[in-house]
Design a protein around this ligand. Structure first.
Ligand code: MLT
Length: 407
């Protein structure tokens, strides 16, 4: 008889954002005239940069001619994009990486979910509570999370509590862990670590032979000087960290799909026979087997993000969303509620009023104000009593939503 992967039965029946989407659809069916403002999932609303669209059009036209037509591309990405990434995102910022340490993909969600393929099931995983649900769900699917208790916590996961009491700076684990997920600027709290704070994690990983999986999908939103854009700004990080990046939030590629993962060649792990194994080689092996590359035309669109015109347009997009975040944060604070993030991040993390639960406040906002947010508890138990507002809506919608809230 066929056996299923029963780990899937241990996780919630549907993904957080699918649940929210279903709730919105149901509400809309019953209230067809409701003018719902969506500030839930971090999905961009501004169009792609013109530079990217033009590049995609040109690349598409190439497909009409057998002389320029492209079939399968390199699974790890075309050199033109890998070179542009290495130059602009790293070398120009004094980080020494090479193109073959970059793996272009269809986004940071897939990569941060798939990376577990190259790690043994027995590794002890640490992750922030709250955190992006992909980390816990994919570890649970792989059987690495253990069993979920009545309290909703997984038996084999080390939780790094991140809350207002510790200013959203989790403590180092008290026990030895093998894999650590860090996401900064953080999803969902919108908070950051300084270079010194991140250095402590790199030092911990070096001392304990751990690997850090650093999700930097929101680095383009950083406005403060002391906040690192890349973990490789920290000395010694290349020996212990993998970094995920995304064009989704930076340049509006949530639908177009493109991101990349950095696996430095200096990153090695000892196999059980004592040999040093390169994670760069393992990830290449995984990707060439399971992934057939991001479409050529999309990679040309991503390359254009690094053109002079593209850079200008991306800056304008980021500023647009950061301005929205500022509007959200100050409106919430004017109402006397506590709000975090929103300065180096498109997300504002808000303490619910009157000790309301996350879902209770979500329902209230949906039904009474026709505003969609994301319930904090969906990101983990430490998120209970919070909701997350995304600033990726249109500015007029954000202003309207804050007006409705103030009433
Ligand atoms: C979020 O809202 O947390 C993000 O949009 C999720 C994602 O990027 O997959």
């Amino acid at each position: 008889m066929t056996k299923i992967n029963e780990n899937f039965l241990k996780i919630p029946a549907s993904y957080l954002f699918s649940d929210i989407s279903r709730k919105i659809t149901e509400y809309k069916e019953q209230n067809p005239n409701a003018d719902i403002i969506k500030m839930g999932i971090g999905d961009v609303t501004m169009p792609l940069p013109t530079a990217s669209v033009n590049a995609i059009i040109e690349a598409t036209k190439e497909q009409l001619d057998s002389a320029t037509f492209r079939g399968y591309g390199p699974e790890q990405g075309y050199d033109f994009l890998r070179n542009a990434i290495v130059k602009n995102d790293f070398n120009d910022k004094n980080i020494d990486l090479e193109a073959d340490e970059i793996f272009v993909s269809d986004g940071a969600k897939s990569d941060s979910g798939n990376i577990g393929d190259i790690f043994d099931k027995e590794n002890v995983v640490a992750l922030s509570n709250p955190s992006y649900p992909v980390y816990i769900d994919t570890n649970a699917m792989a059987g690495r999370a253990g069993e979920v208790g009545e309290n909703g916590l997984w038996s084999n996961i080390v939780y790094l509590n991140s809350n207002a009491e510790n200013s959203f700076v989790p403590e180092l684990p008290k026990t030895k862990v093998d894999i650590i997920y860090l996401c900064y600027p953080n999803n969902p709290t919108g908070t950051t670590l300084t270079k010194d704070q991140l250095k402590k994690w790199v030092d911990y990983a070096r001392e304990n032979n751990s690997i850090i999986l650093f999700d930097a999908a929101y680095e383009a939103f950083i406005t403060e000087d002391d906040v690192p854009h890349s973990i490789y700004e920290i000395e010694g990080a290349k020996q212990v960290a993998i970094e995920f990046r995304s064009f989704s939030k930076t340049a509006g590629f949530t639908g177009t799909r493109c991101g990349y993962t950095v696996v430095p060649k200096a990153l090695t792990v000892k196999a059980s026979d004592g040999s040093e194994v390169s994670l760069n080689k393992l990830w290449l092996r995984r990707q060439t087997t399971k992934f057939n590359g991001t479409p050529y035309i999309v990679q040309r669109g991503a390359e254009a993000v690094y053109s002079a015109e593209g850079k200008k347009e991306v800056k304008a997009l980021i500023n647009y969303y950061l301005e929205n975040a500022k509007i959200i944060k100050s409106a919430i604070e004017e109402m006397g509620l506590s709000a975090y993030g929103g300065i180096n991040s498109p997300y504002v993390w808000v303490k619910t009023p009157d000790k309301m639960g996350s879902w209770e406040f979500f329902d209230y906002l949906l039904t009474e104000k026709n505003i969609v947010c994301t319930p904090g508890v969906g990101f983990g138990l430490q998120g209970e009593g919070y909701v997350r507002f995304s600033s990726f809506a249109k500015k007029e919608a954000v202003v309207t939503a804050m007006g409705r809230l103030k009433k």
